[in-house]
Design a protein around this ligand. Structure first.
Ligand code: SF4
Length: 360
């Protein structure tokens, strides 16, 4: 494995044995292969888009796939094997569509490479991982673009959950991802990096509109930092749609909801103030994540009933760290987030109501 996508990279250079975040080398390799396959998908759909034939379902395949590889979002090998298989299937459908339409595709291994087993997927990473690009400047620029796209994808997903989307953003995601398979000069890559930043700002505006038009404009709010004696759920992450779903589903049950870490800003949105069981926040974001999780949960008189980890949102944001067993009685994760089966001893579940929900 080699990963240097976050500020916690070992020795400030890169994680090579195991992620400082806890990511296993097998997972890191599978993430590299998933990114490789996504580049193939992006390349083909980008060409189909030029011909007015883009497949709408591909937008979600790309932004979900990118999102699943951000720091601390997903530690589960099986989840990545399944995702790679599904992505390969979509890519093959796109290939067939392009062939039928007579569209000439660029030559790249990501367009036609295929494999079946998890072991083959993992082995492919040695060929297509970050270090496969030998020019350090080109490698750094390409990875900078990819990390920007990951963050962009995360915000696009949150907005999508609230029925806000922007086709220009989806088209750029494809075009930029496809460009990382090409031999581009440093100047061209710098220009693409700046364009990635521009689209990052656009997608932030899109998410802001989605959040504020749904939940109101954030306002100055005094947030309780105490604890009550009721059963409790801590919710972490950034997705306000998840927050709303949790509050609706726990209302009247006697369970209190506490925001944890990055979810603190949810307290500022007017729409959530009507929920009397949203009682407090447990921790400010920042610092040592594992310690934060421990400090947060230690403040309770007994372990909280559940700890919710939402989809994690930003490449640079600290996000999910598998907590110790005593931290809580159960953990639930939303969709992409998965701490990795067998990696921690607490009971892990995906809450069915959240797993099957429909877009708002
Ligand atoms: S995401 Fe994990 S493996 Fe990658 S650099 Fe950060 S700490 Fe290391």
């Amino acid at each position: 494995m080699f990963c240097f996508q976050c500020q916690e990279a070992a020795k400030g250079i890169g994680c090579t044995v195991k992620g400082v975040c806890g990511k296993a080398p097998e997972v890191a390799n599978l993430q590299d292969t998933l990114l490789f396959v996504l580049k193939g998908v992006a390349t083909i759909n980008s060409k189909l888009r030029e011909a007015g034939l883009a497949e709408p379902k591909v937008d979600k395949v790309i932004f979900d796939g990118l999102f699943s590889t951000i720091t601390n979002a997903n530690f589960d090998e099986i989840a990545f094997v399944i995702r790679i298989k599904k992505t390969l299937k979509v890519r093959d459908e796109l290939n067939a569509k392009a062939l039928e339409a007579g569209i000439v595709l660029p030559k790249h291994d990501s367009i036609d490479w295929t494999a079946v087993t998890g072991a083959e997927f993992e082995a492919k990473a040695a060929e297509v991982g970050i270090l496969s690009e030998t020019n350090e400047d080109v490698r750094s620029l390409k990875e900078l673009i990819i990390y920007g796209l990951k963050g962009l994808a995360a915000y696009a997903e949150h907005a999508f959950n609230l029925n806000h989307e922007n086709q220009e953003v989806f088209a750029f995601l494809e075009r930029a991802l496809a460009a990382t398979t090409q031999d581009l000069s440093v100047d061209e890559l710098v220009a693409l990096t700046l364009e990635t930043g521009k689209f990052g700002v656009e997608v932030m505006a899109l998410l802001d509109k989605a959040n504020t038009s749904t939940y109101g404009n954030p306002e100055m709010t005094k947030v309780n930092i105490g604890v009550r004696r009721n059963p409790a759920i801590l919710i972490s992450g950034h997705d306000l749609r998840d927050m709303e779903d949790l509050l609706v589903q726990t209302e009247g049950t006697g369970v209190d909801v506490y925001t944890h870490s990055e979810m603190l800003p949810a307290n500022y949105y007017p729409a959530f103030k009507k929920y009397k069981h949203l009682v407090a926040t447990t921790e400010m974001h920042g610092g040592n994540r594992k310690k934060n999780s421990r400090v947060s949960t230690d403040r309770f008189f007994s372990p909280p009933t559940a700890l919710f980890h939402q989809w994690k949102k930003l490449v640079t944001a600290t996000a999910f760290t598998p907590p110790e067993q005593a931290d809580c009685q159960e953990q639930f994760t939303f969709q992409t987030v998965n701490p990795g089966s067998g990696k921690i001893s607490t009971r892990l579940l995906n809450m069915p109501k959240f797993a099957v929900r429909q877009p708002k």
